[in-house]
Ligand binder design. Structure first.
Ligand code: GAP
Length: 514
């Protein structure tokens, strides 16, 4: 199965089992906006819990807030979003389709990277066990030619983006002979800047209305509350403020399902430090955040850092944590050293002093900031795409299973009476009632036990508890494990412990603190 087929199947599966629906589907949908169904909402909540507790509970010096989406419009002038939160767009005159100029170039680079991979594969076949990939890449003339081409495109693109030279960006697209994927032509308009913020009117009458913006990031709600939290929480530098919440961007290229949406959710943490110490903290947060991802056990090889060459208007260092999605390595989280840009500008624009008195040094200063910023929806897609498997079983049957890490699985266990008689349903409900205060459980008595196991596999439930006639005699049940499909006979009194061991964040958190 190709990665593209896998992705299509994942989207269909997410809908079929109540994870993710197209927004406003009965009205033919709204582009790049999605709703989470009964299981998607559970999965998302578990992801947010994992993040929030790892930030706020494990770190004595990080607290969480919940700021409003509507904010004073001057905030977006101070943050630079009104002036600089733009994407360069280009239209194809024949297809009338609109693209992000930098995305067209990145996709072109990805195609050249695929050519390099094909050369490497050829080399691997030719030299078999004597194959040295690093040496091959350094010496093979075709690979070197492709690499030089990529380096040239990247240099020209970065320089055009950094200097806001839109003509140079268009020239690069023409020089690379990039064609519109729909019309197949190179009939491009000029490149223009497009602001990504949604605006709306606040006020009861149009005349008295004020234009405000839907926030494009949650970070600014943290910056404008910096002093409130520092003073009321008696926070000492270094300290962090975390929050999760909705953000909105009028994305030009909104596709790949929930990867790039117009309404999405972020989990952001701003860590305030002494000026001059920011790069040390930047490295620490890089390490901590990568560990948080890898502890979910989805394969260390699926993650990598991508350091930014083109820095955002507020940063002096930045990196992305990228994950191997079905459509390639893509950003899931950004870690940015934002300097004193935001607090400094809010101080200037609001006229209010946003300084911290450091009793250790006796100085007052505007703190520097390290930000960690991850999308909840992108993290949800990461989990679903890493978890989705079609497995061939020994008995010749096939199963679709979501190998979601048990700590994040929407339903932790299903209680299944083997038959709908002889008191088995009543016993099963008794077990369910004893467990449902601690775990999200399901009860299912319909169809054969095999079909019920398949249904639970398909939604990623780590445990199935089967109640049979033996249960009525000796108070034992069968616990069936999702991944190994192994079954063990245990006393009812042991179920809680077995499940807790797998679904509690405790084990992961202990390792994260090491
Ligand atoms: N405050 C910094 C900031 O917002 P960003 O790199 O623009 O930085 C951070 O966004 C994260 O938010 C991304 O790594 C991604 O996970 C998520 N994100 C950004 N735009 C998104 C979109 N249109 N749809 C879904 N997630 C998005």
């Amino acid at each position: 199965m190709t990665q593209e087929d896998l992705f299509k199947k994942l989207i269909a599966h997410s809908k079929e089992y109540g994870f993710i629906f197209q927004s406003s589907e009965i009205y033919d949908g709204l582009s790049a906006v999605y709703d989470y169904g009964q299981l998607g909402a559970e999965l998302k909540n578990n992801i947010k819990k994992y993040w929030w507790e790892a930030m706020v509970r494990l770190n004595d010096n990080i607290v969480g807030i919940d700021s409003a989406i509507f904010m004073h419009p001057r905030i977006w002038e101070a943050s630079g979003h009104i002036g600089a939160f733009n994407d360069p767009l280009i239209d194809n005159k024949d297809s009338k389709k609109r693209y992000r100029a930098d995305v067209l170039l990145e996709e072109h680079i990805a195609k050249i990277e695929e050519k390099i991979e094909k050369e490497v594969e050829k080399g691997r076949k030719k030299f078999a066990e004597n194959f040295d990939e690093a040496k091959f890449k350094e010496t093979n003339p075709n690979v070197i030619r492709h690499q030089n081409k990529i380096a040239d495109i990247q240099n020209r693109m970065n320089s055009a983006l950094n200097s806001n030279d839109l003509d140079a960006l268009k020239q690069l697209i023409l020089d690379c002979e990039i064609v519109c994927p729909v019309s197949g032509t190179r009939n491009w308009t000029d490149v223009r800047q497009f602001n990504l913020m949604f605006s709306l009117q606040m006020g009861s009458t149009a005349e008295g209305a004020n234009t405000i913006y839907l926030r494009p990031e949650t970070a600014q709600g943290i910056f404008v509350n910096f002093l409130n939290v520092q003073k009321t929480g008696r926070m000492k530098i270094p300290f962090g403020i975390a929050q999760t919440g909705k953000a909105f961007r009028n994305e030009i290229v909104a596709r790949q399902f929930i990867f790039r949406m117009r309404e999405f959710e972020q989990m952001e943490m701003q860590f305030f430090v002494r000026p001059g110490e920011e790069l040390k903290w930047f490295e620490q947060w890089k390490t901590n955040r990568m560990k948080w991802h890898k502890l979910l056990g989805l394969g260390d090889e699926n993650y990598r850092f991508h350091d930014h060459e083109k820095l955002a208007h507020y940063a002096n260092a930045a990196t992305d944590i990228e994950f191997h999605f079905p459509f390639g390595f893509k950003e899931v989280e950004g870690i940015h050293s934002r300097t004193d840009f935001d607090l400094g500008n809010h101080q200037k624009y609001s006229g209010k002093k946003l300084q911290y008195f450091d009793s250790e040094t006796g100085e007052s200063y505007v703190p520097y900031v390290i930000e960690t910023s991850i999308g909840v929806d992108r993290m949800t897609l990461l989990i679903l795409s890493a978890a989705y498997r079609e497995e061939q079983l020994a008995d010749g049957e096939q199963r679709i299973v979501l190998r979601i890490p048990p700590v994040l699985a929407p339903v932790k266990l299903a209680v299944l009476p083997l038959l709908k008689k002889d008191g088995l349903p009543e016993k099963a409900r008794e077990i369910l009632n004893a467990l449902k205060c601690d775990f999200y459980c399901q009860y299912d008595e319909k169809d054969s036990i095999g079909k019920r196991y398949r249904r639970q596999d398909a939604i990623g439930t780590p445990f199935c508890i089967t109640v049979d006639h033996k249960t009525m005699e000796d108070n034992t049940v069968t616990v069936r494990h999702r991944d190994s499909m192994e079954q063990q006979r245990v006393a009812i009194s042991k179920i809680h412990e077995i499940i807790c061991e797998q679904v509690s964040f405790k084990n992961i958190f202990e390792q994260l603190m090491m």
